[in-house]
Design a protein around this ligand. Structure first.
Ligand SMILES: [Zn+2]
Length: 143
């Protein structure tokens, strides 16, 4: 019988400020498009990020050591963004409109090589909650 395949998820929370603003659009168009998230001085969110990996359960019983997954997320995400202004203080977000969608893709790009290096599992999904009830999911580039 083949080993069962499962998904494992770790979640972290961070707080940060951002401003949604597309420099290609005028001020009024930005206000209409992004509403409160276009506030000129930015505003804050309590974000949550979930990283899910998929793999077959090996003899150890662990697809991934959750402490290792937590460490990767702390280093690659939390330490970079917690209590920062996402538009100004995070080099890997420079030039992006800091929506939950774009954060998902940026976080995927940071953690994916380190998950791959673990062996035995692959990155399945990055989920970013911008608030308690709204989130974006990224499942990686469509090949
Ligand atoms: Zn916002």
């Amino acid at each position: 019988m083949p080993a069962p395949q499962l998904d494992i998820t770790h979640r972290l929370e961070f707080s940060a400020a951002h401003r949604l603003h597309d420099p290609a659009l005028g001020d009024e168009a930005n206000r209409q498009l992004y509403g409160p998230c276009n506030n000129p001085n930015g505003h804050g969110h309590n974000y949550e990020v979930e990283v899910t990996v998929r793999g077959e359960v090996p003899p150890s019983g662990m697809i991934v050591d959750l402490n290792v997954l937590a460490l990767i997320m702390d280093e690659e995400i939390f330490a970079q963004v917690d209590h920062k202004h996402l538009n100004c203080d995070v080099p890997f977000l420079e030039g992006l409109v800091t929506t939950a969608e774009n954060l998902c893709v940026a976080f995927w790009q940071r953690v994916q090589p380190r998950i791959l290096a673990l062996g035995g599992c692959r990155l399945l999904r990055v989920r970013v909650y911008e608030c308690k009830n709204s989130y974006a999911d990224y499942h990686g580039p469509q090949l």
